[in-house]
Design a protein around this ligand. Structure first.
Ligand code: NAI
Ligand code: 15L
Length: 264
């Protein structure tokens, strides 16, 4: 690619992508509403609120791919979620439609299905069961991407990320963890596969424990390598076992299940 746009570049995964995915394009266009480090060689830094239609239109211009990580990433009041994840996503897809339909990696979430129980194994064809307004916004994102694929042929990888951190942080993440290395190889596969379409793929490492049928990863040739078992002893020693009737023990969405509807 000549230019890859990374939204959410000031965030956790955005910083990782900036550090490790420069080889995917001649230029990385890095964008966020929050402050970012100044542009280095082969970089452009553009401050942009995804809720600003005109600014997003300019942001997407001349980009050959979009790694869309920007937006609200946890449960928050509706107005914040609506601006970043609903209006913001619509702005992004309309800008992409106007600018040659660059391929999109959409950072969806396991919170689209958080109300499935931990004793269920689910696949990507099963109905969504979001566990909060944040999860609902990711369901909207997946639906919007499916619409733009069906109507206009826009390609998007709908990546339902589990928990992408340096290490699993609690017992639930032994099932939901995706390592930084696996995240990097996943993004590479999304932008290198010749034909993408609009598949839903679980963003999760090759963990022994898990609730998701990961076979759609094969559609893009992605084979995660890491396994949360490496950290099991450490995690179990550090974190007490939650009560058997606690959300962290019962539901795939874990603590998000217990979140209220936040008011501004
Ligand atoms: P993060 O919260 O660290 O980064 C998100 C970035 O989006 C932030 O830098 C924030 O300033 C920016 N942002 C928020 N509202 C915005 C707006 N209106 N306009 C422009 N930028 C805005 O989140 P993280 O962990 O880096 O996650 C990246 C993406 O992956 C998010 O979309 C998140 O929902 C998704 N995801 C992440 C998971 C994880 O384990 N890290 C799990 C599941 C999904
Ligand atoms: C998410 O969707 C969040 O963005 C991330 O911060 C984690 O909480 C993750 O899900 C998770 O479920 O562990």
């Amino acid at each position: 690619m000549k230019r890859l746009l990374i939204t959410g570049a000031a965030g956790n995964l955005g910083k990782l992508a900036r550090a490790r995915l420069g080889h995917l394009a001649d230029t990385l266009r890095l964008s966020d509403i929050a402050d970012m480090d100044p542009a280095g060689p082969g970089e452009e830094v553009v401050t942009c609120d995804l809720g600003d239609e005109a600014a997003v239109f300019e942001l997407v211009k001349d980009c050959d791919g979009i790694l869309h990580l920007g937006g609200v990433s946890v449960e928050r009041p509706w107005d914040m979620i609506q601006r970043g994840n609903i209006t913001g996503l619509y702005n992004l897809y309309e800008a992409a439609r106007a600018h040659g339909q660059p391929r999109i990696f959409f950072a969806s979430s396991n919170h689209t299905i958080g109300y499935y129980r931990q004793d269920e194994v689910i696949d990507t064809t099963m109905p969504m069961k979001p566990d909060g307004l944040y999860g609902v916004s990711k369901c909207f994102g997946e639906s919007l991407a499916a619409l733009y694929h069906a109507k206009f042929g826009q390609e998007t990888a709908l990546i339902r990320i589990g928990s992408c951190f340096e290490k699993p942080r609690d017992r639930r993440m032994l099932a939901t963890w995706m390592s930084p290395d696996d995240f990097v190889s996943l993004v590479e596969c999304v932008f290198r596969v010749p034909m993408l379409g609009c598949p839903v793929i679980w963003g999760v490492s090759d963990n022994d424990e898990g609730w998701w049928n990961t076979e759609t990863a094969r559609l893009i040739g992605w084979r995660p390598k890491d396994n949360s078992e490496t950290y099991r002893a450490e995690v179990e020693a550090a974190a007490p076992r939650p009560a058997p009737d606690a959300p962290e023990s019962l539901y795939q969405g874990g603590k998000f299940i217990a979140e209220p509807i936040h008011k501004s």
